[in-house]
Design a protein around this ligand. Sequence first.
Ligand code: NAD
Length: 380
Amino acid sequence: MNTLNPSTNPTLSIMEKIAGHEQVVFCNDPVSGLQAIIAIHDTTLGPALGGCRMAPYASVDEALDDVLRLSRGMTYKCAAADVDFGGGKAVIIGNPATDKSPELFRAFGRFVDSLGGRFYTGTDMGTTMDDFVHASRETSRIVGIPEAFGGSGDSSIPTAEGVVYGLRATIETLFGSDDLSRATYAIQGLGKVGFKVAEKLLLAGATIYVSDVNEAALAAIVTQAEMAPGTVRVVSPHEIHLTDADVFVPCAYGGVIHAQNIALLPCKAICGSANNQLADEQLAHVLMDRGILYAPDYIVNGGGLIQVADELYGANHERVLLKTRHIYDAVLEVFKESHAENITTVEAANRMCEKRMQIRAKHNNIFTNTTKPKWDIRNH
Ligand code: NAD
């Protein structure tokens, strides 16, 4: 198992940087203009899974640092979501607004296919489902494509479901009951995930405070509240994290909790979908000292990952929602471990994932003479 943290230290050689990874593939296709890097961090739990980003990286080094960091994060995210995948990620160097073409994504698909099932991928920042429809003409190792092409469609549905499970585990830990109506919530961002979370909380009879820069989303949730037992109050985007609600629910963007605002947070807990909510992981210690319960984002927002991983069994929304319940158990386990060991919830989450990988590594000892994952129905 390779859990070393790749360093972004510019003095390190490439081999030193990738020391914690199993495999890093540089892809170059001058005909389509494709320049990409695929990083496979760890396949203890199964083939690597991770989205493909496209961005105008200033240098290959910058792209390499990004793909190494992101693929390592996927190893932990897959372990937390209890899916049979390891961590991987890909980056395409280029401007998503001007450098895309069907040929470029087909070339990328051929590189993915050349890995023989060691890496599965799909959309991420800068890429769309349509891009991966092109890639899927060259390889079956693509997930998260539209339902019309055999994919599982909108992943924000299970992501929102998972956030609500995370909130239940948080409320249970705070108040000894997972009845959502007993707490108040400050939701930052009413996009694909945040809006659905807000709807579910209103249906459960909770009082929610909401903010968004999009007036239409605010108007829509106020309308929803008229038909639900819960109550909604609109708050300015500048003040949502200062709202006196029990739980702060970040569902807009990363880095919302930083050194300048952490001392001002009035909430008892933080649990939302946004990636990388803490501007710096060390801030988890400050939250712990302040008695604020932090549900690690990569566990809470794993519903979308559960859906794309499940796609390889044949799309089935009901089964995905059942599997998303793992998030409730995982968040509770992390809170209990953090309390018992007097460590931050981020440390407890990382330990839980490392333990899961160690257990699986120990039991992956029977050679079965199969090279293809048996569960991928498209391999037959
Ligand atoms: P989205 O783009 O649909 O929604 C983001 C919302 O935040 C938008 O409504 C936007 O107007 C709002 N917003 C932007 N700036 C704001 C501000 N200053 N204050 C308040 N609101 C603001 O994105 P999404 O798919 O709902 O994802 C939300 C977060 O969850 C992102 O960080 C995303 O990376 C993460 N996430 C999403 C999924 C998924 O399945 N969609 C999965 C895992 C993680």
